[in-house]
Write a protein that binds this ligand. Structure first.
Ligand SMILES: Nc1ncnc2c1ncn2[C@@H]1O[C@H](COP(=O)(O)OP(=O)(O)OP(=O)(O)O)[C@@H](O)[C@H]1O
Ligand SMILES: O=C(O)C1=C[C@@H](O)[C@@H](O)[C@H](O)C1
Ligand SMILES: [Mg+2]
Length: 196
C-alpha cells in the first residue's frame, strides 16, 4: 500500500469519536452502500442503526418488491416519508435511507433539520456492479436494467448533491474504509460529532 493510501487511516486513528449530537443520515443511489456503511458506522460509533427500507418492510411484513407490486410506488413513498419522520424523532444514531428518499423536497427538509445528510457518491459502473446480481430493487425490473439505472443516476445526482456532506465510494474502498471516510468528513462538523 502506498504512503498516500495509508494517510487517511492514520489521521483518523489518532482521533476518537465522542458524543453524537445529530443523527447521521446516509443518502445516495441504490448500491451506494447506505445500508452496509451505515450499519458499520453505527457500530464504530456505538450508536443505534436504523434503515428506512427495513423499517417499512417489517411494519408491512412484506418485502419492498411486494409493497411496490401490491400498493404501488406512491404508497411506498408515503410510508417512507412517515418512517423517516418517525426515525428522526427517535434517539440519535445512524439512519440509512432508501435510494429515492432524498429526492423529495419534504424529506430533504426533514432530514436537514433533524440530522446531517451524507451522500455516498459512487459512479454508475460501481453501482451497477453492486446491484446487477440482485432482484430486490423493483425499479430495476425493466427490460434494460442498466439503462434504467443510468437514467435514474442522471436524474438524481443533482439532488443528492444537495446533501450536507459528500463521501466518495470508488469501488475499491472497503466498507470499513468508507466508515473512515465518513468520519473524516465529519471532522468539519463538530456540531454533529464531538472528538476526544
Ligand atoms: N465499500 C464497499 N465495499 C464492498 N461492498 C460494498 C461496499 N459498499 C456496499 N457494498 C455492497 O454492495 C451491496 C449494496 O450495498 P447496500 O445494500 O449497502 O446499498 P444501499 O445504498 O443500501 O442500496 P439501497 O438503496 O438499494 O438500499 C451490498 O452487497 C454491500 O455489501
Ligand atoms: O432508489 C430507489 O428509489 C429505491 C431504493 C431502495 O433503497 C428502495 O427504497 C426501493 O427499492 C427504491
Ligand atoms: Mg439500503
Amino acid at each position: 500500500m502506498s504512503e498516500n493510501e495509508q494517510k487517511p487511516r492514520s489521521e483518523i486513528a489518532d482521533l476518537v469519536p465522542g458524543q453524537l449530537k445529530k443523527t447521521i443520515v446516509m443518502v445516495g443511489m441504490m448500491g451506494a452502500g447506505k445500508t452496509a456503511v451505515g450499519r458499520a458506522l453505527a457500530a464504530r460509533l456505538n450508536v443505534p442503526f436504523l434503515d428506512s427500507d427495513h423499517e417499512i418492510e417489517s411494519a408491512a411484513n412484506l418485502t419492498i418488491p411486494e409493497i411496490f407490486a401490491r400498493d404501488g410506488e406512491p404508497f411506498f413513498r408515503q410510508k417512507e416519508r412517515q418512517v423517516i419522520n418517525r426515525l428522526l424523532e427517535k434517539e440519535r444514531g445512524v439512519l440509512s435511507t432508501g435510494g429515492g428518499a432524498f429526492l423529495s423536497e419534504e424529506n430533504r427538509r426533514i432530514i436537514t433539520s433533524g440530522g446531517v445528510s451524507v451522500w455516498l457518491q459512487a459512479d454508475l459502473q460501481v453501482l451497477w456492479n453492486r446491484v446487477k446480481h440482485r432482484d430486490t430493487r423493483p425499479l430495476l425490473r425493466t427490460e434494460n436494467p442498466y439503462a434504467t439505472l443510468r437514467s435514474l443516476y442522471d436524474a438524481r445526482v443533482p439532488l443528492y448533491a444537495l446533501a450536507d456532506l459528500q463521501v466518495v465510494s470508488d469501488g475499491r474502498a472497503s466498507i470499513e474504509t468508507m466508515v473512515d471516510r465518513v468520519l473524516q468528513s465529519l471532522r468539519a462538523r463538530p456540531d454533529v460529532l464531538e472528538w476526544k
